[in-house]
Design a protein around this ligand. Structure first.
Ligand code: XMP
Length: 519
């Protein structure tokens, strides 16, 4: 367990990127927990933080009743860093001034560093002009007594301020986002140089503390169900929970018949045999295909698959007596609202989350051990838990599976064509050593037939589209720039080996304006 005082407290004022601050702290080897800004003085003191960070937020500090930090933040005697809204409320609460209606700054801005302080001494020399990311309408117009200006930008005369005596720092920009190139270094400097915290936190620490937390949370006798989707997230969640409670975890793998080639068997080998986790595999391909008969609309496909998945899962779960928890591999980016700063529901999960309505229907409590983590952190945790690299590095795969990649009606024959084509395409990508440089690569079977010539014969067959993108989180994406000869080689193999395809095209649309999937 990380001893108290050796960790950071982040007070969340509702910014969409608050979790990124915690992530940067973890990258710097320091554990950080997030509490809502209104958690109160007692919660702040009880946490015994080694430093406090106040996040950004959507509200205006000058608006009546807008959020304020608990008084304990200023009296505990630990360093405080206010970011954007956090800086503004720091100024408003300590006797400075904030005004709205000035030139708004959104996007990249250039700072002019005019003074040094402990926070930036090792990051930005005086006289430097670092690039930072701004997103604000209000700005500080007078710093509280004791503060000096460290840097300015054209729109923010108090872009970076410091009271070195009290160790209070305020920045108008967002150091937590990647668009502030030195932001991670600045947050690491806050943790190490200003707060004096040692970089001792690792994924191994997360594993140990999370296993302990899960044991307490689940209790000594309760049973847990976990739906394995074939993806990395549910697998890592299952491995972690299994470490915590052993065979009181039962996994259910619904083989929808819409998975990739060999996928259901690979999961069943890894979990059932290698990890010896109790695993039920439900082969439900025919049921799914029957339900999708005649359906061409993408959203209807998703709904049908989602509902059926829940039905099949629920039917299986009912044969496993005594389960009171349902485990999900929900990641932070799946949690749309970070924290309900105004006391609303804690979070909303993306509608395409596979078992969305299940917990309420089955009266199960949720266990979500990955909900503070980002995808690449989950992969690190998977490696830490001993999952094979080939599994951990797998590209994301959507819940509705191949059904949203067979455009138009989903039939057994068309799924089989796509499944084979997908295998050939990914095989070539792996052979070329490109798999790990790509976020997601897959084939799409189009409802279009074209004329071709094979041998001496005219063919009239399906078109296959190939997609490969790079991305950080799936929210935006760029086309992967395959060398031309690679694409030509794949096309030759596909048309030669996969019966039913006589033409191959490559999708070169970025996201936005395109989406990653075609449906
Ligand atoms: P789009 O197509 O929206 O995809 O750019 C972004 C990411 O989400 C995945 N995706 C889904 N995942 N159920 C899922 O579990 C779905 O219905 C779904 N639709 C898209 C997609 O594969 C990509 O990684």
């Amino acid at each position: 367990m990380t001893p108290p005082n050796d960790r950071l407290l982040i007070l969340d004022f509702g910014s969409q990127v608050t979790q990124l601050i915690a992530r940067r702290a973890r990258e710097a080897g320091v554990y950080a927990a997030i509490l809502p800004y209104h958690c109160g003085d007692e919660a702040v003191r009880a946490f015994r933080p080694g430093g406090i960070i106040l996040s950004g937020g959507p509200t205006s500090v000058v608006a009546e009743g807008s959020p304020r930090a608990p008084d304990a933040v200023w009296t505990l005697g630990v360093p405080v860093l206010g970011i954007c809204y956090g800086q503004q409320t720091m100024c408003a609460q300590l006797g400075g001034a904030v005004e709205s209606g000035h030139a708004r700054e959104f996007g990249r801005a250039e700072l002019a560093v005019t003074e040094s302080c402990a926070l930036c001494a090792n990051v930005w020399p005086v006289g430097s002009h670092p690039t930072v990311w701004m997103s604000h309408g209000d700005r500080v117009t007078r710093a509280p007594d004791g503060f000096k200006v460290i840097a300015t930008s054209s729109g923010a005369p108090f872009a970076f301020i410091a009271d070195e005596k009290r160790q209070f720092y305020g920045v108008q920009f967002h150091p937590e986002v990647v668009h502030t190139p030195d932001g991670a270094a600045l947050l690491a400097a806050f943790a190490h140089d200003v707060c004096g915290l040692s970089p001792s936190w690792t994924m191994g620490t997360f594993r140990t503390t999370e296993v302990e937390r899960l044991r307490t949370f689940i209790g000594p006798t309760a049973k847990v169900l976990c739906g394995l989707s074939g993806g990395v997230d549910s697998a890592v969640a299952a491995a972690l929970i299994h470490e915590a409670i052993g065979d009181r975890l039962t996994c259910v793998l619904v083989d929808t018949g819409l998975l990739r080639e060999g996928e259901a068997d690979a999961i069943s080998d890894l979990f059932g045999k290698h990890y010896a986790i109790p695993l039920r595999v439900v082969r439900a391909g025919e049921t799914f295909l029957a339900a999708l008969k005649g359906v061409t609309d993408p959203e209807r496909k998703r709904k049908i698959i989602g509902h059926l998945f829940i039905d099949v899962f629920e039917a299986e779960a009912k044969t496993i007596p005594g389960a009171t928890f349902l485990a999900q591999g929900t990641l932070y980016p799946d949690v749309i609202e970070s924290v309900a700063v105004h006391g609303g529901p804690a979070s909303t999960i993306k509608s395409h989350h596979n078992v969305g309505g299940l917990p309420a229907r089955m009266n199960l409590k949720l266990v979500e051990p990955l909900r503070e983590l980002f995808k690449d952190e989950v992969r690190d945790l998977g490696r830490e838990l001993g999952l094979p690299d080939s599994f951990v590095n797998r590209h994301p795969f959507p819940g509705p599976g191949l059904a949203i990649r067979v455009l138009g009606e989903v039939t057994e024959e068309r799924v089989a064509i796509l499944r084979r084509a997908d295998t050939v395409y990914l095989d070539e990508i792996r052979q070329a050593g490109l798999y790990d440089s790509i976020w997601q690569a897959f084939a799409v079977l189009l409802p279009v037939r074209t004329v071709g010539v094979m041998g001496d014969e005219r063919s009239y067959d399906n078109v296959l589209a190939l997609r490969a993108v790079t991305s950080v989180d799936g929210m935006t994406a760029d086309t992967y720039p395959f060398p031309h000869d690679f694409l030509a080689r794949v096309a030759t193999r596909l048309v030669g080996e996969v019966r039913g395809i006589n033409r191959v095209v490559y999708d070169i649309t970025s996201k936005p304006p395109g989406t990653i999937e075609w449906e």
